[in-house]
Structures are given as structure tokens and as C-alpha cells.
Design a protein around this ligand. Structure first.
Ligand code: HEC
Length: 98
């Protein structure tokens, strides 16, 4: 009985979490690939499996202009409407991509 409850708890919480980041990542996938496996527009680094803190720094940096390369204005537009919670969910999700 206890085992079942625990299994349900784990399944429940992880799927909730994944849904959030996964849903947000939908609009990123066109450039970065469904699993973050592509160099976006042939320019970006491959972000699949990036440490969550690293992704968070990059996304927040695009927002405030402190991070990025030649195409950072494009990414600025992508992240402009994301909340801090959205950024966290995305970063956590991207870290799970392989
Ligand atoms: C229209 C294409 C496009 C979309 C959509 C897009 N990106 Fe990007 N992304 C790029 C490009 C191009 C770069 C490289 C920008 C630069 O020069 O810094 C990049 C860079 C990044 C980087 C840093 C990688 C590096 O090279 O330093 C991260 C992290 C990232 N994107 C995450 C996201 C997330 C999360 C989303 C969805 C909210 C998203 N991107 C949507 C094209 C896109």
C-alpha cells in the first residue's frame, strides 16, 4: 500500500513538472529542435542537457541584455514575456533533454 502511494506521488509530481517546461518549450522547438538537439538557425550552441543554472543565466541574460552573441536580439524577443517561474521550468526541462 505504502509503495503504491509513493509511486503515485512520484509519477504525479514529475509529470506535472515535465508538462510545464515541455509545454513552454513547444515554441522553442522550431529552432532548437524538439529535444534541444539542434543549433538554432545554425548559430546557437546545442542546449540539450545544459545545467539548469546555466540555461537560467542565459535566458535571464537575453532578457536584460547581459548575455548573447550576434543573434541575441532574436532570443530577447523569445524570452521577453517569460516569467521567472517560466524560465525555471524551462531550464529544468532542458536539463532533462538528451
Ligand atoms: C526563431 C528561432 C529561435 C527560437 C524560437 C528560440 N531560439 Fe533560442 N536561440 C536562437 C538563436 C539564433 C540563438 C543564438 C543567439 C545568440 O547569438 O546569442 C539562441 C540561443 C539560445 C540559448 C543560448 C545558447 C547559446 O548559444 O548561448 C538558449 C538557452 C536558448 N536559445 C533557449 C531558448 C528557449 C528556452 C526558447 C523558447 C522560449 C528559444 N530559445 C527559442 C534561436 C531561437
Amino acid at each position: 500500500m505504502k509503495k503504491l502511494a509513493l509511486a503515485l506521488l512520484i509519477a504525479g509530481s514529475s509529470s506535472l513538472f515535465a508538462a510545464d517546461g515541455a509545454a513552454l518549450f513547444g515554441k522553442c522547438a522550431s529552432c532548437h529542435g524538439a529535444k534541444g538537439e539542434k543549433a538554432a538557425l545554425g548559430k546557437s550552441q546545442i542546449i540539450a542537457g545544459w545545467d539548469a543554472a546555466k540555461t537560467e543565466t542565459a535566458l535571464k541574460g537575453y532578457k536584460d541584455g547581459s548575455y548573447g552573441g550576434a543573434m541575441k536580439n532574436l532570443m530577447k524577443g523569445q524570452v521577453a514575456t517569460l516569467s521567472d517561474d517560466d524560465v525555471k521550468a524551462l531550464a529544468t526541462y532542458i536539463a532533462t533533454l538528451k
